[in-house]
Design a protein around this ligand. Structure first.
Ligand SMILES: [Zn+2]
Length: 199
C-alpha cells in the first residue's frame, strides 16, 4: 500500500517538473486547500457547539488555509485535481510507464480493497469439507514483505528526490541519493534499476 502512495507522489512530482508550468503548481496547492476548506465546513456542521476541542480543531484548519490563501477566496473543487489528466497519462508524458504498469496499477487494488486483495490478505477458506470451501474473514494478514517491494519503494523514492534535486540543480544532494540507492541495492545484493523520468 505504501508503494502505491510512493508511486503516486513519484508520477505527480515528475509530471509537474516536466511540464514546468506555474499555473499547474498553483492548481496543485489550490485544489488541496479547497478540500481542506470543505472539510472545515463539514466539521463545523457536524461537531457540537461549545466544544473546546472542536473549536480548536476548526481554528487550526482555518489557520492552515489562511496561510495559503485568504479563506474567503478559496474555491472548493471536488473534481479531478488536473483536468483531463490521470496517473497513466502522467506516466506516459514522463516516460515512467514501467512504474505505472508494475507498481501503481497493481497496488491500486490494495488501496481500493479490490477482490484480488481481499482474497489474498483478508479471507481464508473454511476447512469444513461440507461447507464447499467458502471463504471466511481473516483477522491477521500474512506477512508478505519481499525484497523487491523494498527495492521498488527505494527506487521510486530516489527517483522522486532525483527529479526534484535535478530541477533545483542540487548536485550534492543528487550524489547522496545515488549513495542511498547503492546502499539499499547492496543490502539485498541486487543491481539497481534505473527509472529516471524523462526531463
Ligand atoms: Zn464454513
Amino acid at each position: 500500500m505504501l508503494c502505491r502512495i510512493i508511486a503516486d507522489t513519484y508520477l505527480l512530482t515528475a509530471w509537474l517538473i516536466k511540464r514546468n508550468d506555474l499555473s499547474l503548481f498553483k492548481r496543485y496547492k489550490a485544489y488541496s486547500v479547497g478540500k481542506q476548506k470543505l472539510f472545515k465546513l463539514h466539521l463545523e456542521e457536524a461537531l457540537p457547539a461549545d466544544n473546546k476541542d472542536a473549536e480548536r480543531a476548526i481554528e487550526s484548519l482555518s489557520e492552515s488555509i489562511n496561510e495559503e490563501l485568504w479563506e474567503e477566496l478559496v474555491t472548493i473543487d471536488v473534481g479531478a485535481p488536473f483536468e483531463g489528466m490521470d496517473s497513466r497519462k502522467m506516466a506516459h508524458e514522463t516516460g515512467l510507464e514501467r512504474v505505472h504498469r508494475l507498481v501503481y496499477s497493481p497496488y491500486s487494488a490494495d488501496v481500493h480493497g479490490e477482490w484480488t486483495n481481499l482474497k489474498v490478505f483478508h479471507l481464508q477458506r473454511c476447512t469444513n469439507p461440507l461447507h464447499r470451501f467458502h471463504r471466511l474473514p481473516r483477522l491477521t494478514a500474512p506477512a508478505m514483505l519481499v525484497p523487491q517491494i523494498v527495492l521498488d519503494a527505494a527506487a521510486m523514492l530516489a527517483g522522486t528526490l532525483r527529479a526534484w534535486t535535478a530541477y533545483y540543480e542540487l548536485r550534492d544532494a543528487g550524489a547522496r541519493i545515488d549513495e542511498f540507492e547503492d546502499k539499499i541495492a547492496g543490502a539485498f545484493d541486487i543491481e539497481r534499476r534505473d527509472d529516471t523520468p524523462d526531463q
